[in-house]
Design a protein around this ligand. Structure first.
Ligand SMILES: [Zn+2]
Length: 58
């Protein structure tokens, strides 16, 4: 199972996900839906904590 990090686009609320191996803090990603630049933030890291917790339960 791949570990993926989910984060929400502030513009269209689409949940984006990136591979953990592809994760670079502070790097902007563009939303696949609206092309808005989304910077990974501490909020994302909170989500990441729960993603990681779920991952570890498998
Ligand atoms: Zn978007």
């Amino acid at each position: 199972m791949e570990l993926r990090i989910g984060f929400e686009c502030p513009q269209c609320q689409k949940i984006l996900s990136v591979d953990f191996s592809d994760y670079i803090p502070t790097e902007a990603r563009s939303c696949r839906k609206c092309k808005q630049s989304v910077v990974l933030t501490d909020l994302t890291l909170k989500d990441f904590a729960s993603d990681l917790r779920q991952y570890c339960e498998f």
